[in-house]
Design a protein around this ligand. Structure first.
Ligand SMILES: Nc1ncnc2c1ncn2[C@@H]1O[C@H](COP(=O)(O)OP(=O)(O)OP(=O)(O)O)[C@@H](O)[C@H]1O
Length: 326
């Protein structure tokens, strides 16, 4: 909950844009003393998408998100959230958006239902939180103490808090950090459901796989700046990074036919494996087409696609994860 926040209501003169933009940032700057945490950032989030903000530790993701949420005051530039200025219309923005902070805590001895009652009371038009809990797979946890829940269940409770005002836009900061892979997969399904229900999602994450599998578009942030923005396939294609397919063939490797494919840069036969490198969108399909047309048996087929990690490396010369070799 946001302490001290009263109920908000629409005021005459609210100039909501009914267009397709949920968040608009123009040249946003935020300093902490000498540290330029957000350094002239511009981007739009489209309504109905899952928009990911990714980058290494200290890149400025949380600061940017908190400025957009209206929790921090930016030094310069402009921000619009659902057509509203989050600094001037803070209460209205909070009424219409949901926020899950990177670190959240609740009193130890509070039950899930009690906490949701408390959160719901802060809003003019709260959602039916029992229905919300059922949608999040927590329908039978109303009477459970929050401290007794698993990490994944607790994260879903925090998502419920962020959705209890039935927002058009929800902000999720490092939602799946600390969760095991299975719990993370379950949360991804929840986030897709939220998007499919019409709510725009803006999230930050350290996990490249999370951004790749979940986000409709991604902004890569480094040293307070957006260094790339687009869909994951667009970002990967922009680096020209190659995909690789390799396999073992019992018989003569079809190197000439593979070389003749338009998207193949080269194919080689190394220590019993055929390795094919290429960039086209149809690369895998085309290679499979050649393999389907030969008589020899093909086995141990492997495919390696470039990732967002490769995009970051190509753009900055560094790995996104600290300490990882470049
Ligand atoms: N309250 C603060 N006071 C002073 N400096 C801060 C404060 N919060 C963040 N910073 C600094 O601002 C920069 C951006 O930090 P921020 O937390 O926004 O990055 P981040 O990308 O969210 O990092 P992480 O992924 O580790 O959460 C860092 O250099 C950080 O040390």
């Amino acid at each position: 909950m946001r302490p001290g926040e009263g109920k908000a209501c629409g005021a005459p003169g609210d100039e909501e844009r009914s267009d397709s933009v949920a968040v608009s940032c123009e040249n946003v700057v935020k300093h902490y003393g000498e540290v330029r945490a957000v350094d002239g950032v511009s981007f739009d989030v489209h309504r109905g998408e899952i928009f990911g903000i990714i980058g290494p530790n200290g890149a400025g993701k949380t600061t940017l998100l908190e400025c957009v949420e209206g929790l921090r005051t930016h030094d310069s530039g402009s921000i619009e959230v659902l057509g509203l200025d989050p600094q001037r219309r803070t209460r209205l923005v909070r009424e219409r958006t949901g926020v899950q902070l990177q670190t959240s805590a609740l009193p130890q001895r509070i039950k899930v239902g009690e906490a949701l009652d408390l959160f719901a009371a802060c809003y003019e038009r709260p959602a039916d939180w029992r229905d919300l809990l059922t949608r999040l797979g927590l329908g039978n946890k109303t009477g459970s103490y929050v401290e007794k829940l698993s990490g994944g269940q607790r994260q879903r409770v925090f998502i419920a808090f962020a959705l209890v005002n039935d927002p058009g836009l929800v902000f999720l900061d490092e939602l799946t950090t600390g969760l095991d892979p299975q719990a993370r997969l379950a949360i991804w399904d929840v986030i897709r459901d939220i998007r499919d229900g019409g709510t725009t999602v803006v999230l930050t994450t350290h996990f490249m796989e999370e951004a790749e599998r979940l986000c409709d578009r991604v902004a890569i942030v480094d040293h307070g700046r957006i260094v790339a923005l687009g869909t994951v396939p667009e970002l990967i294609a922009s680096t020209g990074a190659e995909s690789t397919m390799s396999f073992v063939v019992d018989g003569s490797p079809p190197l000439d036919r593979l070389h003749a494919l338009p998207g193949v840069s080269y194919a080689e036969h190394v220590e019993g494996r055929v390795i094919v490198h290429g960039t086209s969108a149809r690369f895998a399909q085309d290679v499979m087409g050649v393999l389907a047309g030969i008589d020899a048996r093909v086995h141990d087929l492997r495919s390696q696609q470039p990732s967002l990690e490769d995009v970051f490396l190509a753009l900055t010369g560094r790995r996104m994860r600290e300490g990882a070799p470049a």
